[in-house]
Structures are given as structure tokens and as C-alpha cells.
Design a protein around this ligand. Structure first.
Ligand SMILES: *[C@@H]1O[C@H](CO)[C@@H](O)[C@H](O)[C@H]1NC(C)=O
Length: 247
């Protein structure tokens, strides 16, 4: 058999393998998509039991209750760091923001400049106060509120890492990004503050100051933890990230 004949017989076989791999990849994408669509909504207002993905139902008598605010609370074995209980009454700082990608012309930085005229905001990250990854949860847990401002304002674009940082530190997320209803697919409506709930940055600033002084009202932002618990990891969200990278 000459060299040409050999290549002729070899190529179809390789194409077959390539085709097979492509089909496998497409099947994987399809199943990921199915998983993602099944997971939505990740949280439902009707029943805590629907909150399967981003939020797990807290086991009865677990540490998720607000009344149980101290370190001695029992933590279920094998639970994620998200179920760490922070003494909400011991918080001493008001608003924190961790930002690595600082762009003066971005919507979130412009909003921050307006907001900081009405409420003190501590900014961490590159070119601001340093905050090592290891110390992050601990440091943020001293704050009552956390600015979870999206880098890009796009419908359906939510970086869950932002508000997960906040939930892990038991800081109430103040979100800027897509609409409130988009966030409510992932978070209970009373678990976060949306900037669109307010006419102006001044109004939001005043609201945060008022919550700072009204502890009972501030605690109402933790009531959902009596029945739900944030979950840090979800395959659906991982696949979402992968898809976003590929786009
Ligand atoms: C939580 O913090 C408050 C205020 O500092 C304190 O009075 C209370 O004893 C703390 N609770 C626990 C369980 O540590």
C-alpha cells in the first residue's frame, strides 16, 4: 500500500473519532443546560423546600436561626463555611466593598461616589485597603452591609460570588446589577437590599443609617435563615460560569 492509500484509509477513521468527541461535547452541553434550567428558580417564595440549589433548607434546630447568635451554636457535621454563625449583634462596622477591577467610568464606581456622600463605605482590594483572601470572611463579618455591585450591568448577569461573600460573612448584600426579580431567583426577597428599591443614593444611605440604629429591623434581614441556609457550591452555577467563558 502506498503512502497516499494509507492516508486515504486513515483520515475517515480520525474524522469519525472527532465527530464522536464533538457529539459527546454537545451532549454534555445539553445536559448542563437541562440542569441549569431545572435549577431555576433556585429559590421560591412559596415554600422553603423548593429552595434546593443556592439555598438549602436549614435542618430543624440548626444554627441557622437569628436568635442563636453566638459561636457556641451547634454546626451540622460536614456543613460548608456558609453555615458559620456570626454574632450579628456584635457587628461594629457599617458598609464594606471589596473591588478588584476598579474603573472610574463604570456604573458601580459612579454609584459608589454618590453613595459615599451619604454613608461611610470601607473599600478593600487592589489600590484600596488590603484584604487577604484568608482574612476576608472574618473581616467582612464585622460589617452590617456589603456592596455586591456587578462589574457589568446586564440582564441576567449575576456573579453569585459577590453576594455569597456577603452571606458567608452574615453581611446584608446591597446589590446593584440586574432587576430585583432576577436576584429573587437566587435569594429570598428579604435577604438583600436592591439599589433600585430607592429613588436616590441619598435615600439608600439614609436607609442604611436607619437600619444601623434600629437593630430589630436590621435583624429582619436574617429571618430567612431560620428556614434556609446558603449553599456555596452548585454544579449548575459552575456550568453557567463555563458557558460564560465560552461565549
Ligand atoms: C453577641 O454580641 C453582643 C454584643 O457585643 C453580646 O452582648 C452578646 O453576648 C454576644 N452573644 C454571644 C452569644 O456571644
Amino acid at each position: 500500500m502506498d503512502a497516499l492509500g494509507w492516508t486515504k484509509t486513515r483520515w475517515p477513521w480520525q474524522q469519525c473519532l472527532l465527530g464522536l468527541l464533538l457529539q459527546l461535547f454537545l451532549a454534555l452541553c445539553f445536559f448542563s443546560y437541562l440542569r441549569v434550567s431545572q435549577d431555576t428558580p433556585l429559590w421560591s417564595a412559596r415554600s422553603g423546600a423548593d429552595a434546593a440549589e443556592a439555598l438549602d433548607a436549614a435542618p430543624k434546630g440548626s444554627s441557622g436561626t437569628v436568635s442563636c447568635q453566638g459561636a457556641p451554636c451547634p454546626t451540622p457535621p460536614g456543613s460548608s463555611p456558609a453555615s458559620t454563625v456570626v454574632n450579628v449583634s456584635a457587628k461594629t462596622e457599617l458598609v464594606a466593598w471589596v473591588v478588584s477591577n476598579w474603573r472610574e467610568d463604570s456604573a458601580r464606581v459612579r454609584y459608589y461616589h454618590l453613595l459615599k456622600a451619604h454613608v461611610q463605605v470601607d473599600v478593600y482590594g487592589r489600590s484600596h485597603k488590603p484584604l487577604p483572601e484568608k482574612a476576608m470572611a472574618q473581616q467582612l463579618s464585622r460589617y452590617k452591609f456589603y456592596l455586591a455591585f456587578e462589574n457589568s450591568l446586564h440582564p441576567d448577569y449575576i456573579t453569585e460570588k459577590l453576594w455569597r461573600n456577603a452571606l458567608e460573612a452574615w453581611a446584608v448584600p446591597v446589590v446593584l446589577g440586574p432587576s430585583r426579580s432576577d436576584y429573587e431567583q437566587f435569594l429570598p426577597p428579604d435577604a438583600f437590599i436592591h439599589v433600585h428599591d430607592f429613588q436616590s443614593t441619598e435615600e439608600l444611605g439614609r436607609y442604611l443609617q436607619a437600619l444601623d440604629k434600629d437593630h430589630a429591623r436590621y435583624l429582619s434581614y436574617f429571618r430567612w435563615r431560620e428556614t434556609l441556609r446558603p449553599r456555596l457550591f452548585s454544579w449548575a452555577l459552575m456550568f453557567c460560569k463555563a458557558c460564560r467563558q465560552l461565549q
